[in-house]
Design a protein around this ligand. Structure first.
Ligand SMILES: Cc1cc2nc3c(=O)[nH]c(=O)nc-3n(C[C@H](O)[C@H](O)[C@H](O)COP(=O)(O)O)c2cc1C
Length: 395
Protein backbone atom coordinates (compact mmCIF):
# COMPACT_ATOMS: atom_id res chain seq x y z
CA UNK A 1 0.00 0.00 0.00
CA UNK A 2 1.23 3.48 -0.89
CA UNK A 3 0.53 6.63 1.11
CA UNK A 4 1.42 10.18 0.15
CA UNK A 5 1.95 12.18 3.34
CA UNK A 6 1.57 15.91 2.78
CA UNK A 7 3.16 18.11 5.42
CA UNK A 8 2.28 21.80 5.55
CA UNK A 9 3.68 24.72 7.55
CA UNK A 10 2.49 24.19 11.10
CA UNK A 11 4.45 23.98 14.34
CA UNK A 12 3.06 20.43 14.50
CA UNK A 13 5.05 19.48 11.35
CA UNK A 14 7.61 17.63 13.50
CA UNK A 15 4.87 15.18 14.53
CA UNK A 16 4.47 14.10 10.89
CA UNK A 17 7.74 12.17 11.38
CA UNK A 18 6.01 9.90 13.92
CA UNK A 19 3.02 9.58 11.60
CA UNK A 20 5.27 8.51 8.72
CA UNK A 21 6.78 5.79 10.94
CA UNK A 22 3.35 4.69 12.21
CA UNK A 23 2.04 4.37 8.64
CA UNK A 24 5.14 2.39 7.67
CA UNK A 25 4.54 0.03 10.62
CA UNK A 26 0.98 -0.45 9.28
CA UNK A 27 2.42 -1.63 5.95
CA UNK A 28 2.46 1.58 3.88
CA UNK A 29 5.26 2.79 1.68
CA UNK A 30 5.23 6.47 2.62
CA UNK A 31 6.25 9.27 0.31
CA UNK A 32 6.34 12.73 1.83
CA UNK A 33 5.45 15.96 0.06
CA UNK A 34 6.48 19.13 1.94
CA UNK A 35 5.22 22.66 1.34
CA UNK A 36 7.77 25.49 1.35
CA UNK A 37 6.48 26.61 4.77
CA UNK A 38 6.75 23.08 6.16
CA UNK A 39 10.48 23.21 5.36
CA UNK A 40 10.80 26.12 7.77
CA UNK A 41 9.92 23.63 10.53
CA UNK A 42 11.21 20.24 9.33
CA UNK A 43 13.73 19.09 6.77
CA UNK A 44 13.55 17.01 3.62
CA UNK A 45 16.55 15.06 4.95
CA UNK A 46 14.58 13.98 8.03
CA UNK A 47 11.74 12.47 6.02
CA UNK A 48 13.97 10.95 3.37
CA UNK A 49 16.01 9.24 6.10
CA UNK A 50 12.87 8.03 7.91
CA UNK A 51 10.95 6.76 4.90
CA UNK A 52 13.78 5.67 2.61
CA UNK A 53 11.89 7.49 -0.19
CA UNK A 54 12.68 10.76 -1.95
CA UNK A 55 10.52 13.71 -0.83
CA UNK A 56 8.61 15.79 -3.31
CA UNK A 57 8.73 19.55 -2.88
CA UNK A 58 8.74 21.35 -6.20
CA UNK A 59 5.97 21.09 -8.81
CA UNK A 60 8.46 21.29 -11.63
CA UNK A 61 10.89 18.80 -10.17
CA UNK A 62 11.00 15.65 -12.31
CA UNK A 63 12.93 12.91 -10.51
CA UNK A 64 12.41 10.82 -13.65
CA UNK A 65 12.96 12.85 -16.84
CA UNK A 66 9.83 13.23 -18.94
CA UNK A 67 7.48 12.03 -16.18
CA UNK A 68 5.24 14.35 -14.21
CA UNK A 69 5.86 13.49 -10.59
CA UNK A 70 2.60 14.97 -9.25
CA UNK A 71 0.61 12.72 -11.61
CA UNK A 72 2.77 9.63 -10.94
CA UNK A 73 2.50 10.05 -7.17
CA UNK A 74 -1.25 10.73 -7.31
CA UNK A 75 -1.75 7.62 -9.46
CA UNK A 76 0.31 5.24 -7.40
CA UNK A 77 -1.07 6.32 -4.00
CA UNK A 78 -3.82 4.37 -2.26
CA UNK A 79 -4.42 7.33 0.03
CA UNK A 80 -3.31 10.95 0.43
CA UNK A 81 -3.01 12.25 3.98
CA UNK A 82 -2.21 15.85 4.86
CA UNK A 83 -0.99 16.11 8.45
CA UNK A 84 -0.63 18.69 9.74
CA UNK A 85 -2.95 20.55 7.38
CA UNK A 86 -2.65 24.34 7.77
CA UNK A 87 -5.59 26.73 7.38
CA UNK A 88 -3.90 27.97 4.20
CA UNK A 89 -3.56 24.52 2.63
CA UNK A 90 -7.13 23.52 3.63
CA UNK A 91 -8.54 26.66 2.02
CA UNK A 92 -6.50 26.07 -1.12
CA UNK A 93 -7.68 22.46 -1.32
CA UNK A 94 -11.31 23.56 -0.93
CA UNK A 95 -10.91 26.19 -3.67
CA UNK A 96 -9.10 23.82 -6.03
CA UNK A 97 -5.92 25.90 -6.05
CA UNK A 98 -2.81 24.07 -7.24
CA UNK A 99 0.07 26.50 -6.69
CA UNK A 100 2.55 24.14 -5.08
CA UNK A 101 3.44 20.46 -5.28
CA UNK A 102 1.10 19.32 -2.48
CA UNK A 103 -2.03 21.10 -3.69
CA UNK A 104 -1.30 20.17 -7.33
CA UNK A 105 -0.89 16.53 -6.35
CA UNK A 106 -4.17 16.61 -4.39
CA UNK A 107 -5.94 18.11 -7.42
CA UNK A 108 -4.59 15.29 -9.57
CA UNK A 109 -5.72 12.62 -7.13
CA UNK A 110 -9.03 10.75 -7.00
CA UNK A 111 -7.88 8.65 -4.05
CA UNK A 112 -9.23 8.89 -0.49
CA UNK A 113 -8.05 12.09 1.22
CA UNK A 114 -7.43 12.30 4.98
CA UNK A 115 -6.92 15.75 6.48
CA UNK A 116 -5.63 16.43 9.98
CA UNK A 117 -5.85 20.19 10.66
CA UNK A 118 -3.55 21.86 13.17
CA UNK A 119 -3.61 25.55 13.92
CA UNK A 120 -4.32 28.37 16.35
CA UNK A 121 -7.92 28.05 17.70
CA UNK A 122 -8.99 31.36 16.10
CA UNK A 123 -7.67 30.21 12.73
CA UNK A 124 -9.59 26.97 13.19
CA UNK A 125 -12.81 28.79 14.11
CA UNK A 126 -12.47 31.28 11.25
CA UNK A 127 -15.49 31.08 8.93
CA UNK A 128 -13.22 30.50 5.93
CA UNK A 129 -11.54 27.52 7.58
CA UNK A 130 -14.85 26.05 8.77
CA UNK A 131 -16.40 26.52 5.30
CA UNK A 132 -13.36 24.87 3.68
CA UNK A 133 -13.56 21.90 6.05
CA UNK A 134 -17.32 21.51 5.45
CA UNK A 135 -16.81 21.60 1.69
CA UNK A 136 -13.93 19.13 1.79
CA UNK A 137 -15.97 16.76 4.02
CA UNK A 138 -18.91 17.12 1.63
CA UNK A 139 -16.65 16.03 -1.22
CA UNK A 140 -15.70 12.95 0.79
CA UNK A 141 -12.46 13.90 2.57
CA UNK A 142 -12.00 12.31 5.99
CA UNK A 143 -11.33 15.04 8.55
CA UNK A 144 -9.48 13.99 11.69
CA UNK A 145 -10.62 16.78 13.96
CA UNK A 146 -7.99 18.66 15.98
CA UNK A 147 -8.02 18.34 19.76
CA UNK A 148 -8.75 20.94 22.43
CA UNK A 149 -5.91 22.04 24.67
CA UNK A 150 -2.93 24.38 24.94
CA UNK A 151 -1.50 25.22 21.53
CA UNK A 152 2.00 26.44 20.70
CA UNK A 153 0.96 30.12 20.51
CA UNK A 154 -0.05 30.01 24.18
CA UNK A 155 -3.80 29.98 23.60
CA UNK A 156 -6.19 27.29 24.72
CA UNK A 157 -8.86 25.86 22.42
CA UNK A 158 -9.43 23.47 19.55
CA UNK A 159 -6.51 23.33 17.15
CA UNK A 160 -3.97 20.75 18.36
CA UNK A 161 -3.09 18.09 15.80
CA UNK A 162 -5.03 14.87 16.57
CA UNK A 163 -3.07 12.02 18.08
CA UNK A 164 -0.81 10.09 15.69
CA UNK A 165 -2.62 6.73 16.38
CA UNK A 166 -5.97 8.45 15.61
CA UNK A 167 -4.69 9.80 12.27
CA UNK A 168 -3.10 6.46 11.35
CA UNK A 169 -6.35 4.64 12.25
CA UNK A 170 -8.35 7.03 10.02
CA UNK A 171 -5.94 6.36 7.15
CA UNK A 172 -6.28 2.59 7.59
CA UNK A 173 -10.09 2.91 7.81
CA UNK A 174 -10.46 4.84 4.57
CA UNK A 175 -8.09 2.51 2.72
CA UNK A 176 -9.89 -0.64 3.89
CA UNK A 177 -13.32 0.96 3.25
CA UNK A 178 -12.26 1.77 -0.31
CA UNK A 179 -12.17 -1.96 -1.15
CA UNK A 180 -15.39 -3.06 0.64
CA UNK A 181 -17.37 -2.81 -2.61
CA UNK A 182 -14.53 -3.91 -4.90
CA UNK A 183 -16.01 -5.85 -7.82
CA UNK A 184 -19.55 -4.82 -6.86
CA UNK A 185 -21.82 -2.94 -9.24
CA UNK A 186 -24.22 -0.37 -7.84
CA UNK A 187 -27.11 1.16 -9.81
CA UNK A 188 -28.80 4.29 -8.41
CA UNK A 189 -31.78 6.22 -9.74
CA UNK A 190 -31.59 9.88 -8.79
CA UNK A 191 -33.35 13.23 -9.07
CA UNK A 192 -36.83 14.19 -10.22
CA UNK A 193 -38.61 13.24 -13.42
CA UNK A 194 -40.48 15.61 -15.73
CA UNK A 195 -43.86 14.77 -17.20
CA UNK A 196 -44.59 17.02 -20.20
CA UNK A 197 -47.91 18.86 -20.48
CA UNK A 198 -46.90 20.30 -23.85
CA UNK A 199 -43.55 20.95 -25.50
CA UNK A 200 -42.65 23.78 -23.09
CA UNK A 201 -44.34 22.86 -19.78
CA UNK A 202 -44.03 19.91 -17.47
CA UNK A 203 -45.04 18.52 -14.07
CA UNK A 204 -42.13 17.79 -11.74
CA UNK A 205 -41.28 17.71 -8.02
CA UNK A 206 -38.83 19.31 -5.59
CA UNK A 207 -36.11 16.65 -5.79
CA UNK A 208 -32.64 18.14 -6.32
CA UNK A 209 -30.84 14.82 -6.78
CA UNK A 210 -28.46 15.68 -3.88
CA UNK A 211 -29.18 12.45 -2.01
CA UNK A 212 -28.77 10.30 -5.13
CA UNK A 213 -25.46 12.04 -5.90
CA UNK A 214 -24.27 11.56 -2.31
CA UNK A 215 -25.19 7.85 -2.43
CA UNK A 216 -23.25 7.48 -5.69
CA UNK A 217 -20.23 9.30 -4.26
CA UNK A 218 -20.26 7.20 -1.08
CA UNK A 219 -20.54 3.94 -3.08
CA UNK A 220 -17.58 5.02 -5.25
CA UNK A 221 -15.56 5.69 -2.08
CA UNK A 222 -16.28 2.10 -1.01
CA UNK A 223 -14.78 0.88 -4.29
CA UNK A 224 -18.00 0.09 -6.21
CA UNK A 225 -18.53 0.51 -9.93
CA UNK A 226 -21.45 2.96 -9.98
CA UNK A 227 -24.06 3.80 -12.61
CA UNK A 228 -26.64 6.53 -12.04
CA UNK A 229 -29.85 6.85 -14.02
CA UNK A 230 -30.50 10.53 -13.39
CA UNK A 231 -33.51 12.69 -14.09
CA UNK A 232 -33.02 16.41 -14.81
CA UNK A 233 -31.41 17.10 -11.46
CA UNK A 234 -29.61 20.19 -10.23
CA UNK A 235 -27.00 18.33 -8.15
CA UNK A 236 -23.75 17.44 -9.85
CA UNK A 237 -23.03 13.72 -10.17
CA UNK A 238 -19.59 12.37 -9.22
CA UNK A 239 -17.19 12.12 -12.14
CA UNK A 240 -16.35 8.49 -11.36
CA UNK A 241 -19.92 7.28 -11.97
CA UNK A 242 -21.38 6.26 -15.33
CA UNK A 243 -24.38 8.49 -15.94
CA UNK A 244 -27.49 7.77 -18.00
CA UNK A 245 -29.64 10.91 -18.40
CA UNK A 246 -33.41 10.61 -18.71
CA UNK A 247 -36.33 13.01 -18.44
CA UNK A 248 -39.63 11.22 -17.88
CA UNK A 249 -40.61 8.43 -15.50
CA UNK A 250 -41.18 6.12 -18.48
CA UNK A 251 -37.65 6.84 -19.78
CA UNK A 252 -36.27 6.20 -16.27
CA UNK A 253 -38.21 2.94 -16.14
CA UNK A 254 -36.88 1.75 -19.51
CA UNK A 255 -33.27 2.79 -18.81
CA UNK A 256 -33.23 1.24 -15.33
CA UNK A 257 -34.88 -2.01 -16.43
CA UNK A 258 -32.51 -2.42 -19.39
CA UNK A 259 -29.54 -2.15 -16.97
CA UNK A 260 -30.94 -3.92 -13.88
CA UNK A 261 -29.76 -7.47 -14.54
CA UNK A 262 -26.03 -6.68 -14.23
CA UNK A 263 -26.07 -5.04 -10.79
CA UNK A 264 -25.50 -6.29 -7.22
CA UNK A 265 -27.11 -3.30 -5.45
CA UNK A 266 -29.93 -1.18 -6.86
CA UNK A 267 -31.13 1.92 -5.04
CA UNK A 268 -34.24 3.80 -6.10
CA UNK A 269 -33.46 7.26 -4.75
CA UNK A 270 -35.21 9.14 -7.59
CA UNK A 271 -38.45 10.98 -6.90
CA UNK A 272 -40.35 9.42 -9.78
CA UNK A 273 -43.62 11.01 -10.87
CA UNK A 274 -46.54 8.71 -10.09
CA UNK A 275 -48.48 9.91 -13.15
CA UNK A 276 -47.88 11.13 -16.68
CA UNK A 277 -50.07 13.39 -18.80
CA UNK A 278 -52.08 11.38 -21.32
CA UNK A 279 -53.57 14.33 -23.23
CA UNK A 280 -50.16 15.94 -23.81
CA UNK A 281 -50.34 18.71 -26.36
CA UNK A 282 -47.80 18.85 -29.12
CA UNK A 283 -46.40 22.35 -29.58
CA UNK A 284 -47.47 25.03 -27.07
CA UNK A 285 -50.86 24.97 -25.36
CA UNK A 286 -52.56 28.32 -25.97
CA UNK A 287 -54.29 30.40 -23.32
CA UNK A 288 -58.08 30.33 -23.58
CA UNK A 289 -61.11 31.12 -21.45
CA UNK A 290 -61.88 27.39 -21.13
CA UNK A 291 -60.97 25.30 -18.09
CA UNK A 292 -58.31 22.76 -19.05
CA UNK A 293 -58.34 19.21 -17.70
CA UNK A 294 -55.16 17.20 -17.58
CA UNK A 295 -55.70 13.48 -17.79
CA UNK A 296 -53.13 11.64 -15.69
CA UNK A 297 -52.35 7.95 -16.06
CA UNK A 298 -50.20 6.01 -13.58
CA UNK A 299 -46.53 5.42 -14.31
CA UNK A 300 -45.02 1.95 -13.81
CA UNK A 301 -43.49 1.19 -10.39
CA UNK A 302 -39.79 1.16 -11.35
CA UNK A 303 -38.34 -0.31 -8.18
CA UNK A 304 -40.94 -3.13 -8.02
CA UNK A 305 -40.15 -3.96 -11.67
CA UNK A 306 -36.42 -4.00 -10.83
CA UNK A 307 -36.99 -6.60 -8.07
CA UNK A 308 -38.83 -8.81 -10.58
CA UNK A 309 -36.12 -8.31 -13.23
CA UNK A 310 -33.17 -9.04 -10.93
CA UNK A 311 -34.29 -11.07 -7.88
CA UNK A 312 -30.69 -11.70 -6.78
CA UNK A 313 -29.88 -7.97 -6.41
CA UNK A 314 -30.11 -6.16 -3.09
CA UNK A 315 -32.79 -3.60 -3.91
CA UNK A 316 -33.43 -0.61 -1.65
CA UNK A 317 -36.20 1.92 -2.17
CA UNK A 318 -36.76 5.43 -0.84
CA UNK A 319 -40.11 6.64 0.48
CA UNK A 320 -40.64 10.38 0.93
CA UNK A 321 -43.59 10.59 3.32
CA UNK A 322 -44.98 13.62 5.13
CA UNK A 323 -45.07 11.62 8.36
CA UNK A 324 -42.79 9.94 10.90
CA UNK A 325 -45.06 6.87 10.86
CA UNK A 326 -42.95 4.09 9.35
CA UNK A 327 -45.91 1.80 8.65
CA UNK A 328 -46.49 3.41 5.21
CA UNK A 329 -42.86 2.72 4.23
CA UNK A 330 -43.06 -0.82 5.67
CA UNK A 331 -46.15 -1.54 3.55
CA UNK A 332 -44.34 -0.27 0.42
CA UNK A 333 -41.31 -2.43 1.28
CA UNK A 334 -43.49 -5.59 1.46
CA UNK A 335 -45.54 -4.78 -1.63
CA UNK A 336 -42.43 -4.17 -3.73
CA UNK A 337 -40.35 -7.06 -2.32
CA UNK A 338 -37.40 -4.82 -1.30
CA UNK A 339 -34.41 -5.63 0.91
CA UNK A 340 -34.92 -2.32 2.72
CA UNK A 341 -36.63 1.02 2.36
CA UNK A 342 -35.30 4.42 3.47
CA UNK A 343 -38.14 6.51 4.82
CA UNK A 344 -37.74 10.26 4.61
CA UNK A 345 -40.09 12.36 6.73
CA UNK A 346 -40.38 15.34 4.37
CA UNK A 347 -42.66 17.23 6.76
CA UNK A 348 -39.62 18.08 8.94
CA UNK A 349 -37.32 21.04 8.22
CA UNK A 350 -33.83 20.21 7.00
CA UNK A 351 -34.58 16.81 5.56
CA UNK A 352 -35.90 15.45 2.29
CA UNK A 353 -36.25 17.49 -0.90
CA UNK A 354 -33.69 20.11 -1.90
CA UNK A 355 -32.01 20.42 1.51
CA UNK A 356 -28.31 20.09 2.34
CA UNK A 357 -29.08 17.76 5.24
CA UNK A 358 -31.13 14.62 5.70
CA UNK A 359 -32.34 12.12 8.28
CA UNK A 360 -33.32 8.61 7.28
CA UNK A 361 -35.21 5.74 8.88
CA UNK A 362 -34.24 2.43 7.32
CA UNK A 363 -36.81 -0.35 7.52
CA UNK A 364 -35.54 -3.82 6.62
CA UNK A 365 -37.54 -6.75 5.23
CA UNK A 366 -36.97 -8.71 8.46
CA UNK A 367 -38.66 -5.93 10.46
CA UNK A 368 -35.52 -4.33 11.92
CA UNK A 369 -35.18 -0.56 11.74
CA UNK A 370 -32.28 1.90 12.00
CA UNK A 371 -32.51 5.68 12.32
CA UNK A 372 -29.85 8.24 11.46
CA UNK A 373 -29.24 11.63 13.05
CA UNK A 374 -29.89 14.80 11.03
CA UNK A 375 -26.63 15.20 9.10
CA UNK A 376 -25.21 16.32 5.75
CA UNK A 377 -26.41 14.26 2.80
CA UNK A 378 -22.83 13.08 2.33
CA UNK A 379 -22.68 11.74 5.92
CA UNK A 380 -26.18 10.34 5.54
CA UNK A 381 -25.14 8.43 2.41
CA UNK A 382 -22.13 7.01 4.27
CA UNK A 383 -24.40 5.98 7.12
CA UNK A 384 -26.86 4.41 4.62
CA UNK A 385 -24.22 2.13 3.08
CA UNK A 386 -22.82 1.17 6.50
CA UNK A 387 -26.32 0.08 7.56
CA UNK A 388 -26.97 -1.85 4.34
CA UNK A 389 -23.61 -3.62 4.59
CA UNK A 390 -24.07 -4.58 8.23
CA UNK A 391 -27.61 -5.82 7.52
CA UNK A 392 -26.21 -7.97 4.69
CA UNK A 393 -23.52 -9.34 7.01
CA UNK A 394 -26.14 -10.38 9.60
CA UNK A 395 -28.14 -12.37 7.05
C1 LIG B 1 5.94 29.84 13.85
C2 LIG B 1 4.76 29.64 12.96
C3 LIG B 1 3.86 28.67 13.25
C4 LIG B 1 2.74 28.45 12.45
N1 LIG B 1 1.85 27.44 12.75
C5 LIG B 1 0.76 27.26 11.99
C6 LIG B 1 -0.17 26.24 12.30
O1 LIG B 1 -0.01 25.47 13.26
N2 LIG B 1 -1.25 26.10 11.51
C7 LIG B 1 -1.50 26.93 10.45
O2 LIG B 1 -2.54 26.78 9.79
N3 LIG B 1 -0.61 27.90 10.12
C8 LIG B 1 0.50 28.09 10.87
N4 LIG B 1 1.39 29.07 10.53
C9 LIG B 1 1.13 29.89 9.35
C10 LIG B 1 1.50 29.14 8.09
O3 LIG B 1 2.82 28.64 8.14
C11 LIG B 1 1.29 30.04 6.88
O4 LIG B 1 -0.08 30.33 6.73
C12 LIG B 1 1.84 29.42 5.61
O5 LIG B 1 1.58 30.29 4.53
C13 LIG B 1 1.23 28.05 5.34
O6 LIG B 1 1.72 27.56 4.12
P1 LIG B 1 1.41 26.08 3.64
O7 LIG B 1 -0.04 25.87 3.86
O8 LIG B 1 1.76 26.12 2.18
O9 LIG B 1 2.27 25.15 4.39
C14 LIG B 1 2.52 29.27 11.32
C15 LIG B 1 3.45 30.27 11.03
C16 LIG B 1 4.55 30.46 11.83
C17 LIG B 1 5.52 31.55 11.48
Amino acid sequence: MNAVLGVSGSVAAYRAADLARELMRSGFTVRVCLTDSAQEFVSVALFEALTGQPCLIDTFEEPERGRMAHIDWARSADVVVVAPATANTLNKLAAGVGDDMLTTLCLASNKPLVLAPAMNPQMYLHEATQAALALLAERGAEIVEPLEGDVACGENGQGKLASIPAIAAAVLDVVSASSIFKGKRVLITSGPTREPIDDVRYITNRSSGKMGSALARAALRLGAEVTVVAGPQAARLPAGATTVRVETALEMHDATLSLASGFDYIVGAAAVADYHVVNRVSGKMRRSAETVHLELAPNPDIIAAVVAANPSATVIGFAAEPTSDLSVAATKLKRKGLFAIAANDVSQAGQGFDTETNRLDLVFADGRTASSELMSKHQCAKWFWEQILSAKAVR
